[in-house]
Design a protein around this ligand. Structure first.
Ligand SMILES: Cc1ncc(COP(=O)(O)O)c(C=O)c1O
Length: 431
């Protein structure tokens, strides 16, 4: 599509957008009494309006029924998580038996590592991306140490080449080949939080399997951002949070995927609790843990219903919109953001009006990125970001000069992008 950096063009795109009405289903934060231009769905998604009512329903049932709510609530609590399962499975491309909503992200990764990182003296290495999200890195370090290995030896980080920002797929594949006899696990953030690079999960999974290793992914920046096909790609396990693209509120219940070829392997070590125990016998209060088949058998505790209610409300919006339609809009929105930014910087450069230059470090190819663009604003500092916030743009800043912006197809518009461009230009070249 031919883009134009004009208000008429942006408004025309919004008028023709079949998903535009979903924006009204979300609360919009305000700055200076006006709706903010919100580009931080990659950090914390906006609140669905339906979330409040969903929680009110559970409060009302709790007030009226007390403990009977486990079986008599509008949505009986004893099995509440299963209401979310088909919608969650759809978003990540899984069978229902492969997915369960539980706990939080880093906690779930530790639990999955109990089953899927089983190093011995020969095979104990983990290949991952350099500069992964710190919590993932701490998880890897403590897991390798827990098994008696030195993280500096056991974790192989693949770095971008000198002078580059993105990790080359060929370098990951070469490392897998080089370490094939000592490799236990390939573990990547599916979309890197800093650069927005989306790795080729089917290829990495295949390469890991060819080397006799397991493939696991952190989908924090991928779930609800891009369509995924975890089952078909043969991924062994994955985990994700619910508060970014899945709009379920800060720290809310996360999700896991365990491929069905592992789901009925009861010999896999795992940490048990009553919520993962054979559903038919759970309340018989017997000894001897018998895990349920599928991902549900990795549950430990009974679930926080208020959190699940919010997440259910949010997943219902995804079910209405559809990941494919969201992705089509997302590709256009992010391409439009890229276009507007480049247009502004081309103007400023032509007129020699700004000392700041733009380098977009996120891949140019839509197949290798989701919503997010990471902008390296060479010659700027945190002040520019703070001025943007004062003027109504909510984005985020990473030292020394990177601003991340993620237009989200459920609630961002083309006009948001145009308006952000006007503000950014005025800040880079004050009159
Ligand atoms: C890639 C990634 N991994 C892990 C985490 C940490 O998640 P949690 O605090 O929910 O465990 C985050 C949080 O933003 C993240 O972006």
């Amino acid at each position: 599509m031919e883009f134009e950096n004009s208000l008429q063009f942006a408004q025309e795109q919004d008028r023709n957008d079949p998903l535009a009405h979903f924006r009204d289903q979300f609360h919009q934060p305000e700055i200076n009494g006006r709706p903010a231009l919100y580009f931080t769905g990659n950090s914390l998604g906006l609140m669905p309006r339906s979330a409040r009512e969903a929680v009110e329903t559970e409060f009302a049932d709790w007030a009226a029924l007390g403990v009977e709510g486990h079986f008599q609530a509008t949505n009986p609590w004893v099995d509440y998580h299963s209401l979310l399962t088909p919608m969650m499975a759809d978003i990540v491309g899984a069978r229902n038996s492969e997915v369960v909503c539980m706990n939080s992200l880093t906690t779930n990764l530790h639990l999955l590592f109990v089953s899927f990182y089983r190093p011995d003296q020969q095979r104990y290495k983990i290949i991952s991306e350099a500069k992964m999200f710190p919590s993932d890195r701490y998880m890897l370090e403590t897991q390798t140490r827990f098994h008696g290995f030195d993280p500096d030896d056991a974790i192989i980080e693949i770095e971008p080449r000198e002078g580059e920002f993105l990790i080359r797929e060929e370098d990951i594949l070469a490392a897998i080949e080089t370490h094939r006899d000592e490799l236990a696990l390939v573990f990547f953030g599916a979309v890197n939080y800093f650069t927005g690079q989306f790795f080729n999960l089917p290829k990495l999974t295949q390469a890991a399997h060819d080397a006799g290793a397991i493939a696991g992914f952190d989908l924090a920046h991928a779930a609800g951002n891009l369509p995924l096909q975890l089952h078909d790609w043969g991924v062994d396990f994955a985990a994700w949070c619910s508060y970014k693209y899945l709009n379920s509120s800060a720290g809310n219940v996360a999700g896991v995927f365990i491929h069905e070829r592992h789901g009925e392997n009861f010999d896999l070590p795992r940490f048990g609790g009553w919520w993962g125990h054979n559903k038919e016998r759970r309340f018989l209060m017997e000894n001897h843990f018998q895990p349920m088949p599928g991902a549900e058998g990795w549950q430990i505790s009974n679930e926080p219903i208020l959190g699940l209610a919010v997440k259910k409300a949010s997943l219902e919006i995804f079910a209405q919109a559809g990941m494919q339609a969201l992705r089509e809009k997302s590709i256009q929105l992010t391409a439009y953001l890229e276009f507007v930014l480049k247009d502004i910087f081309a103007d400023l450069a032509a007129e020699r009006r700004s000392s700041v230059s733009l380098k977009i470090i996120t891949p140019e190819n839509a197949e290798a990125r989701g919503c997010q663009l990471s902008l390296k604003l060479v010659g700027s500092d945190r002040q520019l970001f703070e001025d943007m916030t004062k003027q109504g743009i909510i984005a985020d800043f990473r030292e020394p000069d990177v601003i991340r912006m993620a237009p989200v197809p459920l609630y961002n518009s083309f006009e948001d992008i145009y308006s952000a461009g006007i503000i950014l230009k005025s800040l880079l070249h004050p009159k």
